[in-house]
Every structure is written in structure tokens, then in C-alpha cells.
Design a protein around this ligand. Structure first.
Ligand code: AMP
Length: 121
């Protein structure tokens, strides 16, 4: 699948649509999910144009990969859900059709603030 520049997260990255921003650096943007499924539900997205995790693994540069993973850790700490300052969280990314992905820009969901429950329903 080629990258769709009109997907909603591309618009958020370009500042065309607002978001409830938590954190931003050279590599990532993190913001609250518009339809939270848990007490804390945030999204961490890379700034590069990647459709999903497979696409990211195939095409991203090492610094972008490190930047995304470190971004997840920074955001978890910011929200007090990391192992260092909280009780943990779930990081999840849906990939394509069977993964149930709706927005075609790679994003990690971070769920926390309460026990998240079983891994797959
Ligand atoms: P997925 O099904 O993994 O593609 O998840 C897409 C997520 O994006 C869902 O949890 C939506 O609630 C969330 N979402 C869609 N539009 C927005 C938006 N404008 N701001 C924040 N989150 C959004």
C-alpha cells in the first residue's frame, strides 16, 4: 500500500487538524486518542511517512527506529505509566486489514492507567 498523504495523522502532523499533544521531538508526535478505550489511551506516531509497522521495518532509517522506541518510553514516563514511575502499560500496533488498522500511518497505541486485561479478545 502506498502512503496516503490525506490520512488523518498526516493532517495532524502538518498541523491541519488539532490534537491533544503530549510530546513531540524530531522523530515522533504523541497525542491523546480521540476515542479512548482505557483510562489512558494515547498514540505515538513517527514523523516519517510509513503506513504500518512492516513498512517501517523495511524502510525506516536506524535513527528513526530508535527515535520511535525512545519516544514511546519518554511518553510512558510523561504519563506516569512506565515501569520507572508507574504500573506499566500496553503498547500495541495494528497492521493492515487483519490487524484491524483504520488509519494508514504507523501508530502505537499506549493503554494504561488501569489494568488492561487479556491480550486478545
Ligand atoms: P487503528 O484502528 O489502530 O488504526 O487506530 C486508529 C485510532 O486513531 C483509533 O483509536 C481512533 O480513535 C484514533 N483516531 C482517529 N482519528 C483521530 C484523531 N483525529 N485524533 C486522535 N485520535 C484519532
Amino acid at each position: 500500500m502506498s502512503y496516503d498523504d490525506n490520512n488523518i495523522f498526516a493532517k495532524i502532523l502538518r498541523g491541519e487538524i488539532p490534537c491533544k499533544k503530549i510530546y513531540e521531538d524530531e522523530y515522533v508526535l504523541a497525542f491523546h486518542d480521540i476515542n479512548p478505550q482505557k483510562k489512558i489511551h494515547v498514540l505515538v506516531i513517527p514523523k516519517g511517512k510509513y503506513t504500518d509497522l512492516d513498512n517501517f521495518i523495511k524502510n525506516a532509517a536506524t535513527n528513526e527506529m530508535v527515535g520511535l522506541l525512545k519516544g514511546i518510553n519518554i511518553v510512558a514516563k510523561e504519563l506516569n505509566i512506565s515501569v520507572d514511575n508507574g504500573k506499566g502499560y500496553r503498547a500495541l500496533t495494528n497492521v493492515s486489514e487483519h490487524g484491524g488498522q483504520e488509519v494508514p500511518h504507523l501508530h502505537f497505541h499506549l493503554f494504561g492507567g488501569e489494568y488492561i486485561g487479556k491480550m486478545v479478545e
